[in-house]
Design a protein around this ligand. Structure first.
Ligand SMILES: Nc1ncnc2c1ncn2[C@@H]1O[C@H](COP(=O)(O)OP(=O)(O)OP(=O)(O)O)[C@@H](O)[C@H]1O
Ligand SMILES: [Mg+2]
Length: 343
């Protein structure tokens, strides 16, 4: 690669704006770099990938072509929705296309499922005026379906309304945790078989409410925080951590990207008293969900930033088991006080 070419890309990065031909070149460059392992390309691709996590702008010309193209696949000429046949869009996708604001180039997706080297296509985020978005990958012409990847719709964070925890839901959650705790006491935590078991907690959910029992020990049968009375429990680290975690959950709520918190309580189980946090159940972890790597990376970045900017809380432990996904909405969970940097 010539010095001039490298400079052109660095300039584009500085301006955070790429023209269409540059985007296509980057896709080819990624494949070349895999074949030849040259350091210039590697360095440039690394810089570009880093910036893609935050999103890179595209030109007004490309924007115009892009939205026309999407409209063509989403709607018939008479304006009625074009259903499923040659496009993957749902009503939520079509609402974004109708209320379109802008595109963001947000990643490179490998659409080659056979050869040794990747075949990359740009991923674009389609953002609506209300901040909802989806991510898609337009396919190369003459190569099957017009769209080779399309994510679900992600809606912006909306702070939850005040809700009460129903007694029968709480009862059900405690019974389920009681069983999990019995298993834990007998066998310890089985990491491979149960994703909803954290290092320091047991988790279950029922009717939209989640319950996190804080063990705060090691993975090896540390029962120090299970007490015979609620007074004894109140002196434990687990109970204080649960209280503190609940406070942070309440502080974080206004960001709209974290669960609604119901409370942190001392709970009596058949094995003794334990500390439990009740909060909104926000779906499955992005590790379990079959999502695209770039989408997950950009979502994690966005959640972290939204939380920091709106509440001043630094999560500091954002990873694929601490981001959950439900009906197009991502949320950040796990406010264990040892990790969080909050006022
Ligand atoms: N509000 C929630 N909505 C959905 N799932 C949740 C929620 N809170 C916890 N979970 C589930 O329980 C698991 C453990 O919870 P959390 O991450 O808060 O605790 P942890 O003990 O720190 O876990 P780890 O050490 O694995 O990160 C999560 O990875 C997730 O699967
Ligand atoms: Mg966690």
């Amino acid at each position: 690669m010539t010095k001039q070419t490298i400079k052109r890309y660095r300039d584009a990065l500085k301006a955070n704006l790429f023209i269409k031909t540059q985007i296509d070149q980057v896709c080819r460059m990624k494949r070349e770099e895999e074949r030849n392992h040259d350091s210039d390309r590697f360095e440039l691709i690394t810089l570009i990938k880093h910036q893609l996590k935050k999103g890179i702008d595209i030109t007004p010309e490309q924007t115009k072509l892009g939205i026309e193209w999407l409209n063509k696949y989403a709607f018939r000429l008479n304006g009625k929705p074009r259903k499923q046949k040659d496009n993957p869009f749902t009503d939520d996708h079509r609402a974004i296309i109708s209320n379109f604001s802008h595109f963001v180039w947000c990643g490179l997706k490998d659409i080659n499922h056979t050869g040794n080297y990747g075949h990359y296509r740009p991923m674009y985020k389609v953002v609506s005026k209300d901040g909802s978005y989806f991510i898609y990958v337009p396919n190369v012409p003459f190569n099957g379906a017009p769209i080779s990847y399309c994510s679900g719709v992600t809606k912006p964070g909306i702070p939850p309304k005040k809700k009460a925890l129903k007694t029968f839901v709480k009862r059900q959650l405690i019974d389920a945790l009681d069983k999990k705790l019995g298993d834990y006491i007998e066998n310890g935590i089985d990491e491979d078989n149960d994703c909803s078991v954290g290092s320091y907690s047991l988790y279950t959910h029922y009717m939209g409410v989640g319950a996190k029992l804080i063990i705060n020990g090691t993975r090896h049968h540390n029962l120090a925080n299970i007490k015979s009375s609620s007074t004894a429990l109140r002196d434990t680290e687990a109970f204080n951590d649960a209280k503190r975690e609940f406070e942070i959950i309440k502080q974080a709520e206004s960001s709209g990207v974290t669960p609604y918190g119901y409370g942190a309580h001392a709970i009596k189980t058949s094995h003794g008293w334990v500390a439990v946090i009740f909060m909104e159940h926000c779906g499955i972890t992005v590790e379990e969900a079959d999502l695209c790597e770039y989408e997950v990376e950009s979502v994690m970045e966005e959640l972290k930033e939204t939380l920091e900017e709106s509440t001043g809380i630094y999560h500091q432990d954002v990873h694929e088991r601490n981001v959950v996904y439900l009906d197009g909405t991502y949320k950040l969970i796990d406010f264990s006080p040892s990790w969080i940097n909050a006022a």
